[in-house]
Write a protein that binds this ligand. Structure first.
Ligand code: NDP
Length: 315
């Protein structure tokens, strides 16, 4: 049978390109888990994804009710779950004040991390039931959360500190909207959320890989400077960022190429190792990359896991 993959945020950028790459093989049915049905329908059509290869289901990661509703709807749809890709994200680098999810968590960490944390915890059961030969849970990471890289050293740097803000629920009222308890900074909140994504993948691996055989993986797909991720940035940045990445850092990767990379992590028979953070070299060959100290710290991973469980109502 065809593989069945859920991709969050498949309405644009990396998620859409991955959906297209997988659908084109004829071996995958893609469940596009998105907050805007019409946008996703248009995106799928204009990308040329054949009707029989995708289903759109509503998911708003900025609402835990919506996450639970999605899981119910998905189960009722009868599709098996062979691979889950946590890809959606928001990036708010110019925000002066925090904005919030339905439950009142700061929006970047609330969407990118907490929404995906609840989704993947609930869907682990469904992955477990699948009889597909290689079951995978993939959480998209980023170089920007890795302070062992040049890009990860552009201020403000990711830093979870002692997580007092996260423990306080990122409310921005009595406690800070930032994980480390500091002043609000939208760019840093995004980077912190990506560190949480990479730590969560490793904690999943430690807790569940042996018992379930599921492959847990993260990746840095390259700098896809043209996606909607940068929509909130100032116009001059949006104009100069793609050529800067193309000609100066040479880290630029097209949406199509990045989609092929993530599609590899979903389906390539040689990428079954669990607990790995994948990257690609200039010739587009994949390799196991090294995470920064913080993004590979097992104590921090456990702490993120335990606090997040409380915040999303699992503990
Ligand atoms: P895009 O902005 O193009 O795509 C983000 C997707 O997330 C969109 O489909 C968006 O939906 C969706 N999304 C945002 N908020 C929610 C929500 N509340 N509920 C459901 N879906 C939501 O960005 P990219 O394709 O660049 O980003 C995809 C992933 O790649 C992210 O995890 C990002 O961190 C990562 N990444 C990107 C890099 C880059 O250079 N672009 C580099 C490294 C990692 P909608 O269309 O409705 O807005």
């Amino acid at each position: 049978r065809k593989g069945s993959v859920v991709i969050t945020g498949a309405s644009s950028g990396l998620g859409l390109a991955t959906a297209k790459a997988l659908a084109e093989t004829g071996k995958w049915h893609v469940i596009m888990a998105c907050r805007d049905f019409l946008k996703t329908e248009r995106a799928a059509k204009s990308a040329g994804i054949a009707k029989e290869n995708y289903t759109i289901m509503h998911l708003d990661l900025a609402s835990l009710d919506s996450v639970r509703q999605f899981v119910d709807n998905f189960r009722r749809s009868g599709w098996p779950l062979d691979v889950l890709v946590c890809n959606a994200a928001v990036y708010l680098p110019t925000a002066k004040e925090p904005t919030y999810t339905a439950e009142g968590f700061e929006l970047s960490v609330g969407t990118n991390h907490l929404g995906h944390f609840l989704l993947s915890r609930l869907l682990l059961e469904d992955l477990n039931k699948s009889d597909y030969p290689s079951k995978r849970l993939i959480i998209v990471g980023s170089i920007t959360g890795n302070t062992n890289t040049l890009a990860g050293n552009v201020p403000p740097k990711a830093n979870l500190g002692d997580m007092r803000g996260l423990a306080g629920g990122l409310t921005g009222l009595n406690t800070s909207a930032m994980i480390d308890g500091g002043d609000f900074d939208g760019a840093k909140a995004y980077k912190d959320s990506k560190v949480c994504n990479m730590l969560t993948m490793q904690e999943f691996h430690r807790r569940y890989h042996e018992e379930t055989g599921i492959t847990f993986a993260s990746l840095y797909p390259g700098c896809i400077a043209t996606t909607g991720l940068f929509r909130e940035h100032i116009p001059l940045f949006r104009l100069l960022f793609p050529p800067f990445q193309k000609y100066i850092t040479k880290g630029f990767v097209s949406e199509e190429e990045s989609g092929k990379r993530l599609a590899q992590v979903v389906s390539d028979p040689s990428l079954t190792k669990s607990g790995v953070y994948w990257s690609w070299n200039k010739n587009s060959a994949s390799f196991e990359n090294q995470l920064s100290q913080e993004a590979s710290n097992a104590d921090k991973a456990r702490k993120v896991w335990e606090i997040s469980e409380k915040l999303v109502g699992l503990a």
